[in-house]
Design a protein around this ligand. Structure first.
Ligand code: F6P
Length: 350
């Protein structure tokens, strides 16, 4: 997020001599009237830092803050600060709130950010590449124990109800099985794949997305956060899968939940460049007075769509996703046969 803030701020300062005000802790800063001017100097030296130097908050929905609609207070503070525009950086929650605020007359440009990569209209969100790199590194490290101790190693990833992180990191880490929220799994198929792999290679790697669930089963909930626009926090499927598999295999099994490690540390060079590009592009929209839009990437090109096309929606992995098809072609087990029968064509030359 720092790379995106820097991209927005420096572009506006250099191209349009704009004064930049950072709202502290996301929409909470609007509700509590907390902001500060960001100088050019403030926006330097932050590119390699994860997180955000102005803070964020995931329980401050102005339309329902502690049971009250505080959206008018947000608009009042926006007017008082005499903002020309508000650039918001976030996932579907942030962009949805942003879209609702446009109805109050605020000029908004959205920049899509989430490790989950699950926003509509854009092929990528920044944060995703960093998360995938961290999970891939973790799989490489867990393979050491899997190989030397001849175990099945389960790795649980984040991603909410979309399996993008699990799919991409699973392929990059050479997983034998990848279990996705998009396809409830048959535990017997997963056990067969593990047993087969144990027979030939004496270890197996299973990547499971936090939103995955067995056929006829439920997703695992880690906790429920009161007042959060999206109260359910997922987690625990890795340990549940371990118990299920222990009934169907003789191998020793260990499960690791990576959790917030996936969101921390220094961003990859890809994410730094991508976030800078998106931020700078958003600044260009502000300079051109083009508002109520979200910046997106399609076919390696940046463009913009109306904010309402990304608000209140998320994007799952479609069956014809090329990376998913590659994984199927490589014989990776997804714990389902229907995916192969679903009409999704494998990546094969015409
Ligand atoms: O949406 C990003 C994400 O990291 C999800 O992958 C995860 O389910 C959730 O946020 C965790 O939220 P929190 O930080 O509130 O526990």
């Amino acid at each position: 997020m720092n790379a995106a803030i820097r991209g927005v701020a420096k572009t506006l300062m250099l191209r349009a001599q704009t004064e930049i005000i950072g709202i502290e802790d996301g929409f909470l800063g609007f509700i509590e009237r907390r902001s500060r001017t960001l100088t050019y100097q403030d926006c330097s030296g932050i590119l390699s830092l994860g997180g955000t130097m102005i803070g964020t908050h995931n329980r401050a929905n102005p339309f329902d803050y502690m049971g009250e609609d505080r959206s008018r207070a947000v608009k009042e503070y926006y007017d008082e600060l005499a903002l020309d525009a508000l650039v918001i950086i976030g996932g579907d929650g942030t962009l949805s709130i942003g879209y609702e605020l446009t109805k109050l007359g605020m000029n908004i440009v959205g920049v899509p950010k989430t490790i989950d990569n699950d926003l509509m209209c854009t092929e990528r969100t920044f944060g995703f590449d960093t998360a995938v790199s961290i999970v891939t590194d973790a799989i490489d490290r867990l393979r050491t124990t899997g190989q030397s101790h001849q175990r099945i190693m389960i790795v649980e990833t984040m991603g909410r109800n979309a399996g993008w992180i699990a799919l991409h990191a699973g392929i990059a880490g050479g997983a034998d099985s990848i279990l996705l929220p998009e396809h409830p799994y048959d535990i017997n198929l997963v056990a067969d794949a593990c047993n087969q792999r144990m027979g030939t290679h004496h270890f197996s790697i299973v990547v499971v997305a936090e939103g995955a669930k067995p056929i006829n089963g439920e997703v695992c909930t880690r906790e429920t956060i009161k007042d959060s626009p999206e109260p359910t926090r997922l987690g625990g499927i890795g340990d549940q899968l371990k118990q299920q598999l222990e009934q169907l295999t003789d191998a020793e099994i260990r499960s690791t939940t990576l959790g917030h490690i996936q969101r921390g540390g220094s961003p990859t060079s890809f994410d730094r460049i991508f976030a800078t590009n998106l931020g700078s592009y958003a600044a260009g929209l502000v300079i051109n007075k083009q508002f109520n839009l979200a910046v997106i990437q399609r076919g390696n090109q940046l463009s913009e769509v109306p904010l309402d096309s990304v608000a209140h929606k998320t994007r799952n992995i479609p069956n014809d996703d090329p990376t998913l098809q590659t994984a199927l072609s490589m014989g990776i087990c997804f714990g389902t046969e229907t995916l192969l029968r679903s009409g999704a064509k494998l990546n094969e030359p015409e």
